[in-house]
Structure formats: structure tokens, C-alpha cells
Design a protein around this ligand. Structure first.
Ligand code: HEM
Length: 430
């Protein structure tokens, strides 16, 4: 049997024929998971969608097992986590995979988002796909924030106190949302219970939005490093075995990094104060969130007004929703936009800088630096992207994806032979 799949699903065995006539699930999945035409020039940045799907599954499975032993009560939560670490068989492993898994998930999502930003994957016709991504990102942040409260350590308690109180600054709805989140007048047992309930629920909502995300991807198809649309069948390869194998290889590398954290530095990304049981009478010297929320925390504290900080913080994510309409450039990929490229890397440094400042005390030079970087963050979206498209002189685009890979003559010699062999097979089968 040829390793190159045919375009249409043809059930092979008697059982599959029988099944297809009753529940054609494989026939439904086949065009998406096997034959799906993928641009032939995708680089390794395109493997992170698969890596993210893996992370979501790992978080859900380890989370379900943790929930079997965890107790959502302010008097028992901290001890129940210690019980998982010490007494439950492989409890330490499951907990470390879950807690480091959150970090790995965010690492992957940031690479995935910056990839989208660089190659213009948010531009038409992929606006809905991008917006669904931003919704996933918001849900991920809410899930991670609530999960961090569950061990009921000092940072859990004080992080929740600070953030929930900030929401109270919102006019009209602030008090109402605060009371609803707290389940009372201060962070306490009802807060812990509703956070546990929502922390269990949200990943399934994320999974639902991921299905929409992939659906919205498969209608226009993948973008690619050139940003040039697929024109002929020659420009694509079937998803299986080409992309499945490449994704699997990238996933193995990612798992090695993941395992290095879990087995060699499982607490390096966490805060030591969270190994102290929550104490409402003792405030920690510095209240900091997990690393992946630090840039937003820096924006929140950059302005002296509580309401201003909250609005800026939500604004910093809100602006991502309108990104597809802010960028006026006709050229999609940053690879052909010399000025955009420079601003993109400045933007990356700005985000890293905000992350660093989020971990520092909100005083003196740190606050001034946070104000400068916050301004630069918003300028990138609200001034640079709209204006750049009007003035920038872009580089000439290749005529097609195939041309960008194989050169103008369509690739003679070995490369051309291999390429035409790879794409001719499905045609000859169809
Ligand atoms: C649980 C989180 C997520 C999962 C499982 C996920 C999954 C995927 C998958 C499987 C792909 C196709 C493969 C690839 O391009 O890497 C993809 C593409 C894409 N995703 Fe996500 N994604 C997630 C979060 C996000 C977020 C937060 C954003 C942006 C805010 C985003 C924006 C995009 C875009 C624009 C594409 C199209 C890429 C292209 O073809 O250039 N995704 N996603």
C-alpha cells in the first residue's frame, strides 16, 4: 500500500465499510487528519499547534488524576497537595507534570502566537481563526490563575486577593464581579470551591474552542512562511505522513525539554512562598504571579490608578482581537517586510522586558521602565502596524510556494524529482 493517502476516504476492510454505512466518523475525519493539503514549505514553527494539543490533553489527564486526591477546602487543600506529593503512588510525578505542564503550555502558546504575528497568519481570510486563538489564550490565563490558587499556599492566597480586588475597580460591575468571584467578602472557602469548579470546567471549554480553531484553520488552509496563498496542488503535501511525522519529531524534542524540568528542576519556575500554607495575617514581601502572566502584571502596575491599570491590562489583550484590522500591509509574511521585521523584534524585546519588570517591585525606575515599555507595546499595535502598511517598501514575493522551495525552474535534479514524486502520487491515485 502506498504511504501517500488518496484524497477521498475509501474504507478498506469489511468492518470499516460496515461502520462507514452507519457512523461515517472516519470518512468525516479523513480529509482533516490524513489527506488535508498542507503547504510544502512549513517550518518547525508550524509544529506548535500539535504540541499545544498535546499539552492540553496532558493537563486534562493529569488534572483529573490530581482531582481524585485533592480536597478543595481551606483547612485541607494545602495538606492534600502534600499528601499527593508524599503518599499517592507517583503523585509527585503527576503534580510536577501538571504544574510544569502549565509553563510548557504557555511557552508553546507564546511561540505559536509570535509565529502568527511574524508571518501575518491573523490576516484575511484567517481573522476568525486568530480571534478564536485569542479566546483560547484568555481562557488559558483564567484557568492557570485559578489553578495556582488551589494549593492554598501564600502566593495562591495573596495572588487571588490582589487580582480579585483589582477587578473591584471596574465601574458599575466591579463590586458585583468581585463578590461573585469571592463568594463572600474576602478570599476564603467559597472562593477556593468556585475556583476549583471553574478550573476543572475551563479546560473542556478550551478543548471546545480548539475544535472551532482547527475548523476555522481548515477552511482557508494553513498560512506558510512566504504568506503566498496555495495556488496549485504542487504547493501542498498531504498532512499524513509528512506533517504527522514532522510534528511527532518536534513533539519528542519538546517532551525532552518538558522532562528536563519535571525531573531535574521541578520547582524552578514556581515561587518558594507557595510551599508555605496560606496565612491571611502575613502578607508576602512581593506578590508575583507565575512567569507567564508577568508581562500583563507589569502593565497592570505601570499606572498609579487602579482602574487605569485594569483597563490597560485588559486592553493589552483586547487589542489582539482587532489586530487583523490594524495591520494595513498587503504583504502577509514578515519575511518580505524589512521594516516590520525590525519592529517585530523590538516588540519581542518589549514583551520580555515587561515580563522582567512584572517580577520586580513596583517602585522607582522599574515603574518608569514599565510605563515606557507599556507605551511601546500599545504603539506597536495602534501606530506601527497601521502606518507601516502605508509606507513600507516590501520585498518581491515569490510567484508560488513551490517556486520559493524549488526555485524558478520548478526544481530540476534531486529536489525536483523528490518533490514531484511526493505530489504526483495522490493525483495518480485519485
Ligand atoms: C490550546 C491552545 C491552542 C491550540 C491547541 C492550537 C492549535 C492549533 C493548531 C493544531 C494549528 C495548526 C498547526 C499550526 O499552525 O501550528 C493552529 C494554527 C493557528 N493558531 Fe492555534 N492553537 C492554540 C492557541 C492559539 C492562540 C492563543 C492563537 C493566537 C492568539 C492561535 C492562533 C493560530 C493561528 C493564527 C493559526 C494559523 C497558523 C498558520 O497557518 O499560519 N492559536 N493552532
Amino acid at each position: 500500500m502506498s504511504p501517500i493517502p488518496s484524497e477521498k476516504y475509501v474504507p478498506q476492510s469489511a468492518f470499516m465499510k460496515w461502520m462507514e454505512a452507519r457512523l461515517p466518523i472516519w470518512g468525516f475525519l479523513y480529509p482533516t487528519a490524513i489527506a488535508y493539503p498542507t503547504p510544502r514549505n512549513l517550518n518547525y514553527f508550524w509544529t506548535f499547534g500539535g504540541i499545544l494539543s498535546f499539552c492540553l490533553v496532558v493537563q486534562i489527564i493529569t488534572g483529573i488524576v490530581l482531582a481524585m486526591h485533592y480536597t478543595a477546602n481551606v483547612d485541607m487543600a494545602f495538606n492534600s497537595v502534600e499528601h499527593i506529593m508524599r503518599n499517592v503512588n507517583y503523585g509527585w510525578l503527576i503534580r510536577y507534570v501538571h504544574s510544569n505542564g502549565a509553563s510548557m503550555f504557555f511557552l508553546a502558546v507564546y511561540i505559536h502566537m509570535f509565529r502568527g504575528l511574524y508571518y501575518g497568519s491573523y490576516k484575511a481570510p484567517r481573522e476568525v481563526l486568530w480571534i478564536l486563538g485569542v479566546i483560547i489564550f484568555l481562557l488559558m490565563m483564567a484557568t492557570a490563575f485559578m489553578g495556582y490558587v488551589l494549593p492554598w499556599g501564600q502566593m495562591s492566597f495573596w495572588g487571588a486577593t490582589v487580582i480579585i480586588n483589582l477587578v473591584g475597580a471596574l465601574p458599575l460591575v466591579g463590586d458585583w464581579i468581585t463578590t461573585w468571584l469571592l463568594g463572600g467578602f474576602a478570599v476564603g472557602n467559597p472562593t477556593l470551591n468556585r475556583f476549583f469548579s471553574l478550573h476543572y470546567l475551563l479546560p473542556f471549554m478550551i478543548a471546545g474552542v480548539v475544535i472551532l480553531h482547527i475548523w476555522a484553520l481548515h477552511v482557508p488552509g494553513n498560512n506558510n512562511p512566504t504568506g503566498v496563498s496555495v495556488k496549485t496542488k504542487q504547493d501542498t503535501l498531504p498532512f499524513h505522513p509528512y506533517i504527522t511525522m514532522k510534528d511527532a519529531f518536534a513533539l519528542v524534542l519538546f517532551m525532552i525539554l518538558f522532562a528536563a524540568f519535571v525531573f531535574y528542576a521541578p520547582n524552578i519556575l514556581g515561587h518558594t512562598d507557595n510551599y508555605i500554607k496560606a496565612n491571611p495575617l502575613v502578607t508576602p514581601a512581593h506578590i508575583v504571579p507565575e512567569w507567564y502572566l508577568l508581562p500583563f502584571y507589569a502593565i497592570l502596575r505601570a499606572v498609579p490608578s487602579k482602574l487605569g491599570g485594569v483597563l490597560l491590562m485588559f486592553g493589552s489583550i483586547g487589542v489582539l482581537f482587532i489586530l487583523p484590522w490594524l495591520d494595513t500591509s498587503k504583504v502577509r509574511s514578515g519575511a518580505y517586510r524589512p521594516l516590520f521585521k525590525q519592529f517585530f523584534w523590538i516588540f519581542v524585546v518589549v514583551c520580555l522586558g515587561l515580563g522582567y519588570l512584572g517580577a520586580q517591585p513596583a517602585e522607582g525606575g522599574y515603574v518608569i521602565a514599565a510605563r515606557i515599555l507599556t507605551t511601546m507595546y500599545f504603539l506597536f499595535f495602534l501606530a506601527v502596524l497601521p502606518l507601516l502598511g502605508l509606507f513600507e517598501k516590501t520585498k518581491p514575493l515569490p510567484n508560488s510556494i513551490t517556486e520559493s522551495v524549488l526555485g524558478k525552474n520548478g526544481g530540476g535534479g534531486m529536489a525536483g524529482a523528490a518533490a514531484s514524486g511526493a505530489t504526483a502520487a495522490p493525483e495518480s491515485k485519485a
